[in-house]
Design a protein. Sequence first.
Lengths: 363, 633
Amino acid sequence: MIRKVLNFHDTDWLLLAIAVAIAAIGVVEIYSTTAHSVLAAEYKSQIKWILLGCVAALVISRIDYHAIIERVPWFFVIGIIALAGVLVSGHSINKARRWLSLGGTTLQVSELVKLVIILGVAAILADKRGKSVTWKDLVKLGILAGVPAVLVILEPDLGTALTFFPIVVAGAFLIGVQLRQIAVLALLGFLMLPVAWHFTKPYQRERVMTFIHPTQDTRGSSYQATQSKIAIGSGGFWGKGIGNGTQSRLGFIPVSHADFIFAAFSEEQGFAGTLFVMLLYFALLLRLLDGAQMAGDRAGTLLVVCFASLLFFQIFVNVGMMIGFLPITGIPLPLMSQGGSSVLSTFLGLGLAMSVNMRRLVN
Amino acid sequence: MQFHFPQDDRFAGWKIPFLQYSIAAAFAVLLIGYWRLQIGQHNLYLDQAERNRIRNLPIIAPRGRILDRNGKVLVDNTPAFSVLLMRENSAAVSPERLEGMARGLQIDPEELKQQVADAALLPHFQPLLLKQSATIEDAAFVESHQTEYPELAVIQVQQRLYPLHTAMAPVLGYVGEVSEDMIAKDETHYKPGDQVGKFGIERAYDAALSGRDGMRRVIVNSRGQEVGSMNTINASPGNDFRLTIDLDVQMAAETALGDREGAVVAFDPRTGEVLAMVSHPSFDPNEFAKRIDKATWQHLMDDPAKPMMNKAIQAQLAPGSVFKIFTATAGLETGEIKPEFTVYCPGAVTIYGHTYHDWTFDKGHGHGSVDMHNAIVHSCDVYFYTLGKIIGIDKIAYFAKSMGLGARTGIDLPGESSGLIPSPEWVEAAFKRQWWAGETMSVAIGQGAVEVTPLQLAYAYGGIASGGVFRRPHLAFPTEPNSLHVSLPQNTEHRFPLKEQTLDTLLKGLWGVVNEGGGTGAGARCPGLEIGGKTGTAQVVSAELQKSAHKSNFNNNAWFVGFSPVNEPNIVVAALVMQGGHSAVASPIAKEVIKTYFDKKNPVKSPAQQAQAKLVSQVTGNPRDAAGKTEHR
């Protein structure tokens, strides 16, 4: 196998530029909703994470993704140990243990585990010959996503655990799944539902119930959903302008700099801003998938498609739950929501995609 | 572990474009959702966002104070806190959260739920008043639970303060939340949750006393904390309102009646100004100023002594012998009898085959031979039974009604009773039967179906003593500057002139009741003051029943109506002691009130002057002559 000497020109600058543009809009919105509060310095830390993410993406893109995939077993073991460590001695915010203290900062391990699962899917499915995945593959995929998912759910962080799901689904979809297999999995999932319901926390059940029956008590559990809709609806076409979002500034939208940043953004920038950012996300995803199409091998395609699925899932759920299309789940909006681990994880994923993209011209 | 990375050009094939189109479709769905909210329902949500951040806090206008004729404060205000439920941005509050609020504010959760349910149809900009006279603990609860219950707000209000407590309460009335009926009647003036006068003066002059509430528009955050203010519409406070009541006279009457059940009215027959009005037992209107609790309310309602009733204008009772003056007037004015008309009273008389007992019958003797004067002085029943037979019911009823009995006086207080003067027509209409001739005898001495109010008696006696000029009693001070806003009662008068001779006989008799030996009203005798009046002992049930039951709780009602000076009186006092037993208990009350009135009018003279005044009255003897020297008719 002869490999072309890599050039700096081969870097997918456009992909990085789109990502940075979205992240920059996020920074402005974080500043706008927190400037008057105790979180006023958050935007600075967000900028540091974005810069760190860019550097990390460029570094990763120089490394051959095959070399990374080959080390997946190690990553997986480290990931599981880290997740267990979070449960044992994690740093907790709002009763949820999600963070590991690491040299003066805290890291949300589950965000980085997403990448391990993406790499794992690529490793498992890269040399499949047949038209569909085997039962053995499915079991492997199940363990790959299931074990970390259980550990993350225990934190408790159902939202992040849910994001593991689209990664393995995308992988299986690319290889091909038989109808029989889907039927068996669906039946299994259906049988598991009551068990899962049993293990959900009361607040999670309430969220599901208010999604089914909204506006029973606007101050109760559907409060967040209602206030988010008011924020977005009141934004109108052009929005209220930066720093003028009353819903976000006066605290009617919860965590308007993090999970609900899109509601705050939509209030201040209106439908015009919403459309613009959605187009940026669309461009990002199209660019990723185009790269996947042209990847040098199955492993590269799997890697990028799984990452793109993860991003799409998070964007769709987050943006959708703001307007009541989906129940409220703690899923951040990639690149925009404040949160170092999420930003870093997304840029690392972009770095992997760029690595794949740079190595498409083989022979 | 060994990894292979085979190349496969056709891998994925159609699948990646499929994913791209799927993403485009999903994003399109999301954008349609945003379009609907941001363009389609923009105004709806903008409105909700504004209501989220802007809170309209009412500024409750303080009610005007109520003052006595000299400007002394009868009803005041005191600063207090109220807890409001702001309903601008939440249509429904869940039962669990209402219960939480009720627990924190220590109010009945069921009552709160009912209140919220009742208010469901009210406009949402109107807050609900959850708790009046909120304590420091309540305010602290609201403050510390702003995240949980951001719809709660605490405002400062001026709460009604009744410094007299139970004194005069049935006259002054109380305030409470406006009823639906009142709102329906005057929607421009009242809105739900307003504090309005519910009874007495507070109710009668509510329009003058109540001010116009203001509003403070403030910007609040999601926890209900004020972060800025927009504009303020100041409240215009209600006007102070002055009454004709003289607090000193009022308190003298309150003290004189003490804790006995009954009523006292003092009024100036020259003007119609009510100087004092007492009704016992009473209640503490301060209980109503903060929301009254159910138990206290029920207790007040169930009390057989009816503390919530203004007995001075609402108690309808038989006047007993006080009524004899009206029978006498009927006799004298119609010319049926002369003052010299004499009846021999052996202690009983038989008319139409029925024996009527004099009140002296049990003592084993009668009054002997009595003329009109002595009949009044000694309150001889046999004389008036005889008079009744001669005059007949029609004429008695006509004169009693013409002099103010059996009809409302028209005082500026709500809920006045009319009383009743029975007549053949009334019996026919009410009972579908003929008038029994014997009933006339009962009416002639103020028994039977005769019912009057204490105020009516004061009004009627005042009119008679003023020579037949009856002035409508009122409580609003005539120069009350708020008369522009308030329909002040006209100082109307009703004239029913009496013959000079009639007047002379009546007034001499009434003077004798108090001042002559053996007069029944000796308890009202007061050195230095010319007081005339008439006693009454009205049976609550018939004398026979009293005897058979041997019950002391059927005690008679004691009446006394007194006035001074006898010639053109400045003050008339009607005193009623319910179940007082004998009229002797009522006359000292009237004396105390009259004495207080004149002591105040004529500041205490030196002992020498007092002795001089005493001497003069002893020498002159006859009040008419004595009066003639100082007063002009």
